[in-house]
Design a protein around this ligand. Structure first.
Ligand code: GTP
Ligand code: MG
Length: 200
């Protein structure tokens, strides 16, 4: 597999040409977005893993064979100024709604904790906007299986208050590589045929 960093963009207009099907990754700061991208591509250090939460503030494109992976900044990072958060939010939703080659958004949820309001709100907004999402529960290696399962069940129950049909959900661990096969299978099945041979 070939995996390379392409570029970081502040907004949609700066993103690379829509030449390949694209899959993006989002979630709260520190949820494990960069780690998941590294795990999927088997390239440690490809998507930089930061110990400073909220470091990523750009739309980051990686080309993985003939698919774009996009590492998006964590939402709800309180230490960013209000102005910065608002302008980022605007850029983010412009990207999410207008990027024509975006096939799915993977929304990462920390399996170690009970449902967080900010995550539920973000997932619900995706639903309202009709954005195709997959939910990925991260860090499943960290807690006892019974606690992880309980948190995941609570998240599902919470969503079922708003959703008739739940989005696809996958459990993952960057440490044990749990979920790698499922996520790749999903990506392969959801690359639109007309994007596979882009006309240049
Ligand atoms: P920002 O870019 O700052 O928003 O963070 P991020 O969502 O990209 O998270 P990142 O991948 O940088 O991971 C944050 C921390 O969690 C790092 O210390 C990782 O090593 C750790 N981590 C990520 N995924 C896993 C996992 O599946 N299991 C365990 N045990 N630790 C993980
Ligand atoms: Mg990151």
């Amino acid at each position: 597999m070939n995996a390379e960093y392409i570029k970081s963009s502040e907004k949609l207009s700066q993103c690379p040409e829509e030449k390949y099907p694209e899959f993006a990754f989002i979630g709260r700061s520190n949820v494990g977005k960069s780690s998941l991208i590294n795990m999927l591509t088997a390239r440690n250090g490809l998507a930089k893993i930061s110990s400073t939460p909220g470091k990523t503030i750009t739309i980051n494109h990686f080309l993985v064979d003939n698919v774009y992976f996009v590492d998006l900044p964590g939402y709800g990072y309180a230490k960013r100024s209000k102005d910065m958060r608002e302008s980022w939010e605007k850029n983010l939703w412009q990207y999410l709604m207008q990027r024509r080659n975006l096939m799915y958004l993977f929304v990462l949820i920390d399996s170690r904790i009970t449902p967080q309001k900010i995550d539920i709100e973000f997932v619900n907004k995706c639903g309202e906007e009709g954005l195709p999402i997959v939910i990925v529960f991260t860090k499943t290696d960290k807690e006892k299986e019974s606690l992880t399962n309980k948190n995941i069940q609570m998240f599902k129950d919470e969503l079922l208050q708003y959703w008739d049909e739940l989005p696809v959900m996958i459990e993952s661990s960057a440490l044990t590589k749990k979920g790698k096969k499922e996520i790749w299978k999903f990506i392969k099945e959801n690359m639109k045929a007309d994007m596979l041979n882009p006309v240049s």
